[in-house]
Write a protein that binds this ligand. Structure first.
Ligand code: NDP
Ligand SMILES: CC[C@](O)(C(C)=O)C(=O)O
Ligand code: MG
Ligand code: MG
Length: 350
Protein backbone atom coordinates (compact mmCIF):
# COMPACT_ATOMS: atom_id res chain seq x y z
CA UNK A 1 0.00 0.00 0.00
CA UNK A 2 1.29 3.49 -0.96
CA UNK A 3 1.94 5.86 1.94
CA UNK A 4 1.90 8.98 -0.28
CA UNK A 5 -0.84 11.40 0.83
CA UNK A 6 -2.66 13.82 -1.45
CA UNK A 7 -2.57 17.62 -1.05
CA UNK A 8 -5.94 19.10 -0.09
CA UNK A 9 -6.88 22.75 -0.68
CA UNK A 10 -9.51 24.79 1.14
CA UNK A 11 -11.22 28.18 0.76
CA UNK A 12 -8.28 30.00 2.33
CA UNK A 13 -5.93 28.63 -0.37
CA UNK A 14 -8.04 30.18 -3.15
CA UNK A 15 -8.13 33.78 -4.35
CA UNK A 16 -11.34 34.75 -6.14
CA UNK A 17 -9.43 37.48 -7.99
CA UNK A 18 -8.23 34.74 -10.34
CA UNK A 19 -11.71 34.51 -11.86
CA UNK A 20 -13.72 37.48 -10.63
CA UNK A 21 -13.32 39.47 -13.85
CA UNK A 22 -13.75 36.47 -16.11
CA UNK A 23 -16.78 34.97 -17.82
CA UNK A 24 -17.49 31.28 -17.35
CA UNK A 25 -19.44 29.40 -20.03
CA UNK A 26 -21.13 26.35 -18.50
CA UNK A 27 -21.96 23.96 -21.33
CA UNK A 28 -24.94 21.80 -20.33
CA UNK A 29 -27.57 22.30 -17.65
CA UNK A 30 -27.93 18.74 -16.39
CA UNK A 31 -26.77 17.18 -13.14
CA UNK A 32 -23.41 19.02 -12.89
CA UNK A 33 -24.20 21.90 -15.27
CA UNK A 34 -27.09 23.41 -13.31
CA UNK A 35 -25.12 23.17 -10.06
CA UNK A 36 -21.94 24.79 -11.46
CA UNK A 37 -23.90 27.54 -13.22
CA UNK A 38 -26.08 28.43 -10.24
CA UNK A 39 -23.32 28.14 -7.60
CA UNK A 40 -20.87 30.26 -9.61
CA UNK A 41 -23.61 32.80 -10.31
CA UNK A 42 -24.54 32.97 -6.62
CA UNK A 43 -20.82 33.46 -5.88
CA UNK A 44 -20.88 36.56 -8.04
CA UNK A 45 -19.10 35.12 -11.08
CA UNK A 46 -20.28 36.10 -14.56
CA UNK A 47 -21.88 32.96 -16.04
CA UNK A 48 -23.38 32.15 -19.42
CA UNK A 49 -24.97 28.74 -19.96
CA UNK A 50 -24.37 27.05 -23.32
CA UNK A 51 -27.29 24.99 -24.63
CA UNK A 52 -28.39 23.63 -28.01
CA UNK A 53 -31.08 25.76 -29.65
CA UNK A 54 -33.91 23.24 -29.08
CA UNK A 55 -32.83 22.52 -25.51
CA UNK A 56 -35.58 21.69 -23.04
CA UNK A 57 -33.39 23.26 -20.31
CA UNK A 58 -33.24 26.71 -21.90
CA UNK A 59 -36.26 28.06 -19.92
CA UNK A 60 -35.09 26.51 -16.65
CA UNK A 61 -31.69 28.20 -16.94
CA UNK A 62 -33.27 31.55 -17.78
CA UNK A 63 -35.80 31.14 -14.95
CA UNK A 64 -32.81 30.75 -12.62
CA UNK A 65 -31.70 34.19 -13.80
CA UNK A 66 -28.86 32.92 -16.00
CA UNK A 67 -27.84 34.17 -19.44
CA UNK A 68 -28.19 31.44 -22.07
CA UNK A 69 -26.66 31.11 -25.54
CA UNK A 70 -25.65 28.30 -27.88
CA UNK A 71 -22.45 26.42 -26.91
CA UNK A 72 -20.51 28.16 -29.71
CA UNK A 73 -21.71 31.64 -28.69
CA UNK A 74 -21.20 30.99 -24.97
CA UNK A 75 -17.67 29.65 -25.49
CA UNK A 76 -16.70 32.52 -27.77
CA UNK A 77 -17.81 35.01 -25.11
CA UNK A 78 -16.14 33.21 -22.21
CA UNK A 79 -12.64 33.00 -20.74
CA UNK A 80 -13.36 29.69 -19.01
CA UNK A 81 -15.42 27.00 -20.75
CA UNK A 82 -16.74 24.38 -18.34
CA UNK A 83 -17.62 21.29 -20.35
CA UNK A 84 -20.55 19.70 -18.51
CA UNK A 85 -22.46 17.86 -21.22
CA UNK A 86 -22.36 14.02 -21.10
CA UNK A 87 -18.91 12.51 -21.73
CA UNK A 88 -20.12 10.83 -24.92
CA UNK A 89 -21.25 14.09 -26.55
CA UNK A 90 -18.30 16.22 -25.43
CA UNK A 91 -16.17 15.56 -28.57
CA UNK A 92 -19.02 16.72 -30.84
CA UNK A 93 -19.75 19.78 -28.68
CA UNK A 94 -16.00 20.54 -28.63
CA UNK A 95 -16.08 20.74 -32.44
CA UNK A 96 -18.74 23.48 -32.10
CA UNK A 97 -16.70 25.55 -29.64
CA UNK A 98 -13.07 25.06 -30.70
CA UNK A 99 -13.03 28.10 -33.03
CA UNK A 100 -14.17 30.31 -30.14
CA UNK A 101 -11.24 29.32 -27.94
CA UNK A 102 -8.54 31.98 -27.71
CA UNK A 103 -4.99 31.71 -26.43
CA UNK A 104 -5.11 31.93 -22.63
CA UNK A 105 -8.67 30.63 -22.32
CA UNK A 106 -9.44 27.61 -20.15
CA UNK A 107 -11.17 24.34 -20.92
CA UNK A 108 -12.53 23.09 -17.62
CA UNK A 109 -13.88 19.55 -17.00
CA UNK A 110 -15.58 17.59 -14.22
CA UNK A 111 -14.23 14.24 -15.45
CA UNK A 112 -11.15 13.45 -17.49
CA UNK A 113 -12.43 10.77 -19.89
CA UNK A 114 -12.14 12.72 -23.15
CA UNK A 115 -8.80 14.34 -22.41
CA UNK A 116 -7.20 11.23 -20.93
CA UNK A 117 -8.32 8.93 -23.75
CA UNK A 118 -7.52 11.49 -26.48
CA UNK A 119 -11.10 12.08 -27.65
CA UNK A 120 -10.54 15.84 -27.30
CA UNK A 121 -7.15 17.28 -28.24
CA UNK A 122 -7.08 20.91 -27.10
CA UNK A 123 -4.71 23.48 -28.63
CA UNK A 124 -1.47 23.96 -26.69
CA UNK A 125 -2.17 27.64 -25.88
CA UNK A 126 -5.21 27.05 -23.63
CA UNK A 127 -5.26 25.86 -20.02
CA UNK A 128 -6.95 22.51 -19.40
CA UNK A 129 -8.17 22.02 -15.85
CA UNK A 130 -10.53 19.90 -13.82
CA UNK A 131 -12.69 20.62 -10.82
CA UNK A 132 -14.64 17.43 -10.26
CA UNK A 133 -17.10 17.35 -7.38
CA UNK A 134 -17.10 13.86 -5.88
CA UNK A 135 -20.86 13.83 -5.81
CA UNK A 136 -23.95 13.90 -8.01
CA UNK A 137 -24.66 17.45 -9.19
CA UNK A 138 -27.90 17.88 -7.28
CA UNK A 139 -26.04 17.52 -3.99
CA UNK A 140 -23.43 20.03 -5.15
CA UNK A 141 -26.22 22.57 -5.46
CA UNK A 142 -28.05 21.51 -2.30
CA UNK A 143 -24.89 21.63 -0.17
CA UNK A 144 -23.95 25.06 -1.54
CA UNK A 145 -27.38 26.46 -0.70
CA UNK A 146 -27.13 25.02 2.80
CA UNK A 147 -23.81 26.83 3.25
CA UNK A 148 -21.93 23.53 3.13
CA UNK A 149 -19.37 22.19 0.72
CA UNK A 150 -18.98 19.18 -1.53
CA UNK A 151 -15.52 17.58 -1.65
CA UNK A 152 -13.93 17.76 -5.06
CA UNK A 153 -10.82 17.04 -7.08
CA UNK A 154 -8.46 19.44 -8.80
CA UNK A 155 -6.24 18.49 -11.73
CA UNK A 156 -4.22 20.48 -14.24
CA UNK A 157 -3.59 18.81 -17.60
CA UNK A 158 -2.16 21.83 -19.38
CA UNK A 159 -0.93 25.12 -17.90
CA UNK A 160 -0.39 27.41 -20.87
CA UNK A 161 -0.80 30.64 -18.87
CA UNK A 162 1.03 29.70 -15.68
CA UNK A 163 -2.12 30.59 -13.74
CA UNK A 164 -4.18 27.44 -14.35
CA UNK A 165 -4.03 26.23 -10.75
CA UNK A 166 -4.90 29.60 -9.21
CA UNK A 167 -7.87 29.85 -11.55
CA UNK A 168 -9.02 26.28 -10.86
CA UNK A 169 -8.83 26.90 -7.10
CA UNK A 170 -10.91 30.07 -7.46
CA UNK A 171 -13.45 28.06 -9.52
CA UNK A 172 -13.56 25.41 -6.77
CA UNK A 173 -14.12 28.12 -4.20
CA UNK A 174 -16.99 29.68 -6.17
CA UNK A 175 -18.52 26.22 -6.70
CA UNK A 176 -18.43 25.53 -2.96
CA UNK A 177 -16.06 22.57 -3.18
CA UNK A 178 -13.19 24.33 -1.41
CA UNK A 179 -15.42 24.69 1.66
CA UNK A 180 -15.14 20.93 2.11
CA UNK A 181 -11.73 20.32 0.55
CA UNK A 182 -10.31 19.88 -2.94
CA UNK A 183 -7.89 16.99 -3.41
CA UNK A 184 -5.09 17.49 -5.92
CA UNK A 185 -4.84 14.75 -8.52
CA UNK A 186 -4.13 14.22 -12.22
CA UNK A 187 -6.46 13.69 -15.18
CA UNK A 188 -5.18 10.10 -15.40
CA UNK A 189 -5.75 9.31 -11.73
CA UNK A 190 -9.21 10.90 -11.62
CA UNK A 191 -10.37 9.20 -14.81
CA UNK A 192 -9.11 5.73 -13.94
CA UNK A 193 -10.23 5.73 -10.30
CA UNK A 194 -13.63 7.21 -11.18
CA UNK A 195 -14.30 4.61 -13.88
CA UNK A 196 -13.05 1.77 -11.69
CA UNK A 197 -15.07 2.94 -8.70
CA UNK A 198 -18.35 3.29 -10.56
CA UNK A 199 -17.91 -0.05 -12.37
CA UNK A 200 -16.56 -2.29 -9.61
CA UNK A 201 -18.06 -0.83 -6.45
CA UNK A 202 -20.45 2.13 -6.53
CA UNK A 203 -22.75 1.39 -9.46
CA UNK A 204 -21.88 -2.01 -10.97
CA UNK A 205 -20.66 -3.92 -7.90
CA UNK A 206 -23.40 -2.78 -5.54
CA UNK A 207 -26.32 -3.36 -7.93
CA UNK A 208 -25.02 -6.83 -8.72
CA UNK A 209 -24.66 -7.67 -5.04
CA UNK A 210 -28.19 -6.41 -4.36
CA UNK A 211 -29.73 -8.40 -7.25
CA UNK A 212 -27.89 -11.62 -6.36
CA UNK A 213 -28.94 -11.29 -2.72
CA UNK A 214 -32.55 -10.62 -3.67
CA UNK A 215 -32.68 -13.51 -6.15
CA UNK A 216 -31.09 -15.93 -3.65
CA UNK A 217 -33.81 -15.22 -1.08
CA UNK A 218 -36.72 -15.25 -3.57
CA UNK A 219 -35.49 -18.47 -5.24
CA UNK A 220 -35.34 -20.06 -1.78
CA UNK A 221 -39.05 -19.28 -1.28
CA UNK A 222 -38.91 -16.10 0.79
CA UNK A 223 -41.28 -13.27 -0.12
CA UNK A 224 -40.09 -10.60 -2.57
CA UNK A 225 -41.07 -7.95 -0.04
CA UNK A 226 -38.78 -9.43 2.62
CA UNK A 227 -36.00 -9.84 0.06
CA UNK A 228 -36.39 -6.21 -1.07
CA UNK A 229 -36.25 -4.81 2.45
CA UNK A 230 -33.29 -6.95 3.41
CA UNK A 231 -31.14 -6.54 0.32
CA UNK A 232 -32.00 -3.08 -1.01
CA UNK A 233 -33.91 -0.86 1.37
CA UNK A 234 -31.68 -1.39 4.38
CA UNK A 235 -28.55 -0.87 2.32
CA UNK A 236 -29.00 2.91 2.55
CA UNK A 237 -29.04 2.79 6.33
CA UNK A 238 -25.85 0.74 6.42
CA UNK A 239 -24.10 2.97 3.86
CA UNK A 240 -25.17 6.09 5.79
CA UNK A 241 -23.38 4.74 8.86
CA UNK A 242 -20.20 4.08 6.86
CA UNK A 243 -20.47 7.56 5.33
CA UNK A 244 -20.75 9.14 8.75
CA UNK A 245 -18.17 7.17 10.68
CA UNK A 246 -16.43 4.63 8.48
CA UNK A 247 -16.53 0.86 8.85
CA UNK A 248 -16.11 1.19 12.63
CA UNK A 249 -19.34 3.16 13.11
CA UNK A 250 -21.27 0.68 10.99
CA UNK A 251 -19.91 -2.36 12.85
CA UNK A 252 -20.51 -0.64 16.19
CA UNK A 253 -24.08 0.14 15.29
CA UNK A 254 -25.20 -3.30 14.08
CA UNK A 255 -25.67 -6.23 16.45
CA UNK A 256 -22.71 -8.42 17.47
CA UNK A 257 -24.47 -11.23 15.62
CA UNK A 258 -24.53 -9.18 12.40
CA UNK A 259 -20.93 -8.15 12.96
CA UNK A 260 -19.69 -11.72 13.47
CA UNK A 261 -21.77 -13.00 10.53
CA UNK A 262 -20.60 -10.19 8.30
CA UNK A 263 -16.95 -10.46 9.26
CA UNK A 264 -16.87 -14.22 8.72
CA UNK A 265 -19.09 -14.46 5.59
CA UNK A 266 -18.51 -11.21 3.69
CA UNK A 267 -15.05 -12.11 2.42
CA UNK A 268 -16.30 -15.56 1.40
CA UNK A 269 -18.85 -13.95 -0.95
CA UNK A 270 -16.85 -11.06 -2.34
CA UNK A 271 -13.75 -13.27 -2.37
CA UNK A 272 -10.42 -13.60 -4.20
CA UNK A 273 -12.33 -14.43 -7.37
CA UNK A 274 -14.13 -11.06 -7.17
CA UNK A 275 -10.79 -9.40 -6.42
CA UNK A 276 -9.32 -10.97 -9.60
CA UNK A 277 -12.29 -9.62 -11.62
CA UNK A 278 -11.69 -6.19 -10.05
CA UNK A 279 -8.08 -6.27 -11.20
CA UNK A 280 -9.21 -7.18 -14.73
CA UNK A 281 -11.74 -4.35 -14.63
CA UNK A 282 -9.02 -1.91 -13.57
CA UNK A 283 -6.70 -3.17 -16.31
CA UNK A 284 -9.37 -2.57 -18.98
CA UNK A 285 -9.76 0.98 -17.67
CA UNK A 286 -5.98 1.55 -17.58
CA UNK A 287 -5.19 0.15 -21.02
CA UNK A 288 -8.08 2.00 -22.69
CA UNK A 289 -10.05 -1.15 -23.59
CA UNK A 290 -13.16 0.04 -21.72
CA UNK A 291 -12.91 3.52 -23.28
CA UNK A 292 -12.65 2.07 -26.80
CA UNK A 293 -15.64 -0.23 -26.11
CA UNK A 294 -17.77 2.69 -24.85
CA UNK A 295 -16.84 4.95 -27.76
CA UNK A 296 -17.70 2.16 -30.26
CA UNK A 297 -20.93 1.35 -28.40
CA UNK A 298 -22.01 4.96 -28.84
CA UNK A 299 -21.04 5.04 -32.51
CA UNK A 300 -23.19 1.92 -33.02
CA UNK A 301 -26.23 3.60 -31.40
CA UNK A 302 -25.85 1.99 -27.93
CA UNK A 303 -27.37 -1.48 -28.62
CA UNK A 304 -25.83 -3.22 -25.60
CA UNK A 305 -26.45 -0.26 -23.27
CA UNK A 306 -30.12 -0.10 -24.30
CA UNK A 307 -30.71 -3.82 -23.91
CA UNK A 308 -28.95 -4.02 -20.51
CA UNK A 309 -30.71 -0.91 -19.24
CA UNK A 310 -34.08 -2.39 -20.23
CA UNK A 311 -33.28 -5.71 -18.50
CA UNK A 312 -32.34 -3.81 -15.33
CA UNK A 313 -35.64 -1.85 -15.38
CA UNK A 314 -37.55 -5.13 -15.88
CA UNK A 315 -35.95 -6.89 -12.89
CA UNK A 316 -38.52 -8.01 -10.30
CA UNK A 317 -36.85 -5.98 -7.57
CA UNK A 318 -37.85 -2.82 -9.45
CA UNK A 319 -41.60 -3.49 -9.47
CA UNK A 320 -41.62 -4.83 -5.90
CA UNK A 321 -39.57 -1.83 -4.77
CA UNK A 322 -41.80 0.68 -6.55
CA UNK A 323 -44.91 -0.78 -4.84
CA UNK A 324 -43.28 -0.78 -1.42
CA UNK A 325 -41.90 2.73 -1.72
CA UNK A 326 -45.46 3.93 -2.49
CA UNK A 327 -46.50 2.58 0.91
CA UNK A 328 -43.72 4.20 2.91
CA UNK A 329 -45.34 6.46 5.49
CA UNK A 330 -41.86 7.82 6.10
CA UNK A 331 -41.26 9.02 2.56
CA UNK A 332 -39.34 12.30 2.56
CA UNK A 333 -42.26 14.49 1.58
CA UNK A 334 -44.54 13.10 4.24
CA UNK A 335 -41.82 13.18 6.85
CA UNK A 336 -41.21 16.84 6.05
CA UNK A 337 -44.89 17.76 6.31
CA UNK A 338 -45.15 15.69 9.52
CA UNK A 339 -42.18 17.61 10.91
CA UNK A 340 -43.85 20.88 9.97
CA UNK A 341 -47.14 19.82 11.60
CA UNK A 342 -45.33 18.76 14.77
CA UNK A 343 -43.43 22.05 14.84
CA UNK A 344 -46.71 23.98 14.47
CA UNK A 345 -48.30 21.92 17.24
CA UNK A 346 -45.32 22.62 19.49
CA UNK A 347 -45.62 26.34 18.77
CA UNK A 348 -49.39 26.25 19.51
CA UNK A 349 -48.67 24.43 22.80
CA UNK A 350 -46.01 27.04 23.73
N1 NDP B 1 -23.63 13.20 -12.94
C1 NDP B 1 -22.78 13.56 -11.99
O1 NDP B 1 -23.15 13.87 -10.88
C2 NDP B 1 -21.30 13.65 -12.25
C3 NDP B 1 -20.85 13.93 -13.53
N2 NDP B 1 -19.53 14.21 -13.71
C4 NDP B 1 -19.10 14.59 -15.03
O2 NDP B 1 -19.72 15.83 -15.37
C5 NDP B 1 -19.94 15.90 -16.77
C6 NDP B 1 -21.43 16.16 -17.05
O3 NDP B 1 -22.13 15.02 -16.62
P1 NDP B 1 -23.68 15.11 -16.18
O4 NDP B 1 -23.88 16.33 -15.37
O5 NDP B 1 -24.03 13.77 -15.62
O6 NDP B 1 -24.36 15.31 -17.61
P2 NDP B 1 -25.92 15.29 -17.93
O7 NDP B 1 -26.26 14.03 -18.64
O8 NDP B 1 -26.72 15.61 -16.72
O9 NDP B 1 -25.97 16.52 -18.97
C7 NDP B 1 -27.15 16.89 -19.54
C8 NDP B 1 -26.98 18.24 -20.19
O10 NDP B 1 -26.17 18.11 -21.36
C9 NDP B 1 -26.90 18.64 -22.46
N3 NDP B 1 -26.62 17.91 -23.70
C10 NDP B 1 -26.80 16.60 -23.93
N4 NDP B 1 -26.47 16.31 -25.19
C11 NDP B 1 -26.12 17.48 -25.77
C12 NDP B 1 -25.69 17.85 -27.08
N5 NDP B 1 -25.54 16.92 -28.03
N6 NDP B 1 -25.40 19.14 -27.33
C13 NDP B 1 -25.52 20.09 -26.35
N7 NDP B 1 -25.92 19.80 -25.09
C14 NDP B 1 -26.21 18.52 -24.82
C15 NDP B 1 -28.34 18.47 -22.09
O11 NDP B 1 -29.04 19.36 -22.87
P3 NDP B 1 -30.65 19.46 -22.85
O12 NDP B 1 -30.90 20.22 -21.61
O13 NDP B 1 -30.92 20.20 -24.09
O14 NDP B 1 -31.15 18.05 -22.83
C16 NDP B 1 -28.33 18.78 -20.61
O15 NDP B 1 -28.38 20.18 -20.37
C17 NDP B 1 -19.44 14.59 -17.34
O16 NDP B 1 -18.11 14.78 -17.72
C18 NDP B 1 -19.51 13.63 -16.15
O17 NDP B 1 -18.61 12.54 -16.21
C19 NDP B 1 -18.63 14.24 -12.69
C20 NDP B 1 -19.02 13.96 -11.42
C21 NDP B 1 -20.37 13.53 -11.12
C1 LIG C 1 -20.52 7.29 -9.26
C2 LIG C 1 -20.92 7.80 -10.59
C3 LIG C 1 -20.17 9.05 -11.06
O1 LIG C 1 -18.80 8.76 -11.21
C4 LIG C 1 -20.33 10.12 -10.00
C5 LIG C 1 -21.67 10.63 -9.64
O2 LIG C 1 -19.36 10.46 -9.40
C6 LIG C 1 -20.76 9.47 -12.41
O3 LIG C 1 -20.02 9.34 -13.41
O4 LIG C 1 -21.93 9.88 -12.45
MG1 MG D 1 -17.58 9.75 -9.89
MG1 MG E 1 -18.05 8.91 -13.24
Amino acid sequence: MSEERATIYYDEDADRKAIENKTVAVLGYGSQGHAHAQNLDDSGINVVVGLREDSSSWDAAEDAGLAVATPAEAAAEADIVSVLVPDTVQPAVYEQIRDGLEAGDTLQFAHGFNIHYGQIEPPSDVDVTMIAPKSPGHLVRRNYEAGEGTPGLLAIYQDATGTAKAEALAYAQALGCARAGVVETTFREETETDLFGEQAVLCGGVTSLVKHGYETLVDAGYSPEMAYFECMNELKLIVDLMYEGGLAEMWNSVSDTAEYGGLTRGDQIVDEHARDRMEETLEAVQNGEFAREWVMENRAGRPSYTQRRQAEMNHDIESVGAELRELFAWSEEEAESEDEEQEQERMRAD
